[in-house]
Write a protein that binds this ligand. Structure first.
Ligand code: SF4
Length: 346
């Protein structure tokens, strides 16, 4: 009886080098085909198998029947007065995510999303208002870099956009493998940073499988306050988080970066700065103090410059390397905590 089967093609943009080697070995090909195609996809930016001239003619003819190479599309770009750019990516199922590019004189940082929305509900974050829709695939995560690498100077990548990367662990790790792979993007482990709200068991797993840099969204010096502004703290309280941070890097010279957003009258008092000093005792770290960027529906304000400076001085006096970060891209809602997309889903 005649019948039609539409076979779903495998998107090779979802595969890191190990996956590609397995894929070609299963096809009866030599493992080096995996490395060849990795270079075509991520270095040459070629998605048409017919143009991959060092593959055999038979393989070029065979691949399109079972495989494809698809990345998300950019559907909108906004440029801030300070040069920060925000890109809206359209995913195949109609969902959308945002990516931010921050140019500086000596570097260009791409802030990449890992989920559509986020389930964690941090009170200072616009993404939280979307709720959680789904995890991004490897192609959707690394695709943000793939699309923009040809038009921007990208020296650093931070997984600090929409979503909690450690709750999309396998796809994020595979995407970071590609970022670090010399046959793909070749970024150094010091220039790829994963930022987490503190999913402790996943941090312990990550240190075993990836050498990327680590940032932790801290934002409060005690459990009582952190429970209120970051509900994830009820599951992984500060003591557990600090222990995970203390032992995170195997190389004792590497440091965890803590992000601390300065909320007027909430977490910015001198007493809270002293609590923070105590909390961080014994953790090799630096702190980024961030000015708060408001978003519709949020009543909090950023701390004043005086309060921010007094807070910083207490940390510095205690010997903690503390940087006050400039706000970038707030006029196009591209600053930290402002990413909410045009809409959660089209
Ligand atoms: S700050 Fe990060 S973890 Fe918290 S809600 Fe926003 S995206 Fe999620």
């Amino acid at each position: 009886m005649p019948y039609n089967i539409t076979m779903k093609k495998i998107n090779l943009a979802n595969y890191n080098k190990a996956d590609l080697i397995d894929f070609f070995t299963d096809l009866g090909e030599k493992p080096f085909r995996g490395t060849q195609i990795l270079k075509w996809i991520h270095q040459q930016r070629v998605t048409d198998f017919a143009a991959m001239t060092n593959l055999s003619a038979a393989l070029r003819e065979k691949l399109p029947h079972s495989a494809e190479i698809i990345f998300p599309e950019i559907v909108k770009e906004q440029v801030s007065q300070d040069g920060t750019r925000k890109f809206l990516f359209q995913l195949q199922d109609g969902n959308q995510v945002e990516t931010v590019y921050i140019p500086e004189p000596d570097r260009g940082t791409l802030c990449v999303s890992s989920q559509v929305g986020c389930a964690l509900g941090c009170k200072f974050c616009a993404t939280a208002t979307l709720g959680f829709t789904r995890n991004l695939t490897v192609a959707e995560i690394v695709g943000q870099l793939w699309r923009l690498k040809s038009k921007l100077l990208i020296t650093n990548v931070v997984l600090m956009g929409m979503g909690e990367p450690l709750l999309n662990f396998d796809n994020v790790v595979a995407a970071m493998d590609l970022m670090l792979d010399d046959n793909a993007y070749g970024l150094s482990k010091y220039r790829v940073t994963l930022s987490t709200s503190g999913i402790v068991p996943k941090m312990q797993l990550l240190r075993e499988v990836s050498e990327v840099s680590l940032a932790v969204s801290l934002h409060a010096p005690n459990d009582e306050l952190r429970n209120k502004i970051m509900p994830v703290n009820k599951k992984y309280p500060l003591q557990e988080l600090m222990t995970a941070c203390k032992y995170y890097f195997k190389d004792p010279r590497r440091m965890v970066t803590f992000e601390y957003v300065m909320l007027a009258g909430v977490n910015d008092s001198k007493e809270q700065a002293r609590q923070l000093v105590k909390l961080l005792q014994g953790v090799r770290c630096k702190i980024n103090l961030l000015r708060f960027n408001s978003f519709p529906g949020c009543n909090w304000q950023s701390s004043s410059e005086e309060v921010l400076d007094a807070f910083r001085q207490i940390l510095l006096k205690a010997g903690i390397n503390t940087i006050t970060r400039k706000t970038r891209g707030s006029d196009i809602a591209a600053a930290c905590g402002q990413l909410a997309g045009e809409k959660g889903k089209s």
